[in-house]
Design a binder for this molecule. Structure first.
Ligand code: ADP
Ligand code: MG
Length: 395
């Protein structure tokens, strides 16, 4: 799960992470009021779950999701141009994201823009700090063109981020004297936040040095481990479903393990391992999966119905592959859910079904008697080849 920058600031406050003063606004009038209260120069920032806002463009042609303003009236005008509009950045994809709120903050006199992030490193199963002197720009391009400007520092989870490490990072960033002390506090507090909030990522880009010699976190991108949200009620309360893939939101309401992908062959599978294998074999057969979907070992008819409904509601889906190996799962429950969903919504795309295991005969009978135009797969490879061929034929 991700949160907005303005929400991340609540966590900054709790963990004493220095940032610029400001507040969120849902209307242009609110933005003006927040700006008036702050006084001085103002920054207005579109709030979406994606970075690259500064260089983004709104679909109506208005340029930039981050603007500096001199007066509250100007902040109001900028907010009015952003709110309700769709912002496209290199991280949103071509569809962009609608802006429903803006952050209004104090403009900062920036002398240096740095990069600081804490991530979970899958290779070492431990947190890793990534820091760079090249902040404010796309870190991926820094990594590509000037990798020597990036420091990667593993953290021993049993010890946490040690003071010698915060000094090492600060030194690499060229922060000395008072700035090194500030950096030590800021990095330590962010690490504490990262661990205690079950984050998968905390990215501060830019971390800035101001003309007054302060070190401030000016941007905040947070990711959280979904599996830990049950013990993070405050974080969970920050969830903004309008920012998430609607297919995934619908799936989570039915406790389905669903992840939307870019391909056009939908998969409905029981068991995560089989789902992975199914996606691989679709690819092997020359196709491309539209999703990962594990209905689980003990799915109900209602869950299968919901899963099929999500698949059929996806415009990108041109074919469906159902691959079930019934252990605990009763094949007939799957078959019944599919038939009911297909009857209610209509099935206009090819469907290949491979059923095996617990109560398979009853499941096959339900499918055969349904009158649905489905194709049977003899085994996993045969099923994948058939759906790929059907989708190619239809295209
Ligand atoms: P994004 O990464 O989505 O583009 P940022 O919050 O990083 O959004 O803002 C983009 C750039 O705008 C920053 O790199 C910085 O140069 C400038 N900026 C952001 N906040 C402020 C601020 N409070 N005062 C002055 N400049 C700012
Ligand atoms: Mg940024």
């Amino acid at each position: 799960m991700n949160i907005h920058e303005y929400q991340a600031r609540e966590l900054f406050a709790k963990y004493a992470v220095a940032t610029q003063p400001g507040g969120v606004a849902f209307t242009a009038e609110d933005a003006e009021a927040v700006a008036a209260k702050l006084g001085g120069r103002i920054v207005v920032k579109a709030q979406i779950h994606a970075g690259g806002r500064g260089k983004g463009t709104f679909k109506n042609g208005f340029k930039g999701g981050v603007h500096l303003c001199d007066t509250p009236a100007e902040a109001k005008d900028i907010a009015a141009r952003m709110l309700g509009q769709v912002l496209v950045t290199h991280q949103t994809g071509p569809d962009g994201k609608e802006v429903a709120k803006v952050f209004v903050g104090e403009a900062v006199d920036i002398t240096r823009e740095l990069y600081f992030a804490i991530l979970l490193d899958r290779a070492t199963s431990a947190p890793i700090v990534i820091a760079s002197t090249e902040g404010g720009v796309d870190i991926e391009s820094v990594a590509e063109h000037t990798p020597e400007k990036i420091l990667r520092l593993g953290v021993n989870p049993a010890l946490g981020l040690m003071p010698y490490q915060t000094r090492q990072i600060a030194t690499m960033l060229g922060l000395s004297g008072k700035l090194m002390n500030q950096a030590g506090k800021l990095f330590t507090n962010l690490y504490k936040l990262f661990i205690e909030s079950d984050c998968s990522m905390v990215e501060i880009n830019p971390l800035v040095v101001t003309g007054k010699g302060e070190l401030l976190a000016l941007d905040a991108k947070f990711g959280f481990d979904d599996n830990a949200l049950y013990r993070q009620p405050e974080i969970l309360a920050m969830r903004d479903k309008t920012e998430e893939d609607p297919r995934e939101v619908a799936a989570s309401e039915f406790s389905l393990n669903y992840i939307g992908l870019d391909g056009n062959i939908a998969c409905l599978v029981n068991g995560a391992g089989l789902a992975m294998a199914t996606m691989d074999i679709i690819q092997y057969a020359g196709g491309s999966p539209a999703n990962f979907l594990d209905v689980g070992g003990g799915a109900s008819k209602e869950q299968v119905f919901a899963a099929f409904q999500i698949i059929l509601g996806d415009k990108n889906v041109k074919g469906i592959l159902v691959n079930i190996f019934g252990g605990i799962m009763d094949c007939n429950i799957i078959a019944t859910g599919i038939v009911e969903a297909a009857r209610e919504i209509g099935l206009k795309i090819p469907l290949v079904v491979r059923l095996e295991g617990n109560n398979v005969e009853a499941g096959k009978k339900t499918l055969a008697e349904s009158g649905l135009a489905l194709i049977t797969g003899e085994n996993i490879l045969d099923a994948a080849q058939k759906i790929v061929a059907e989708v190619k034929k239809a295209a």
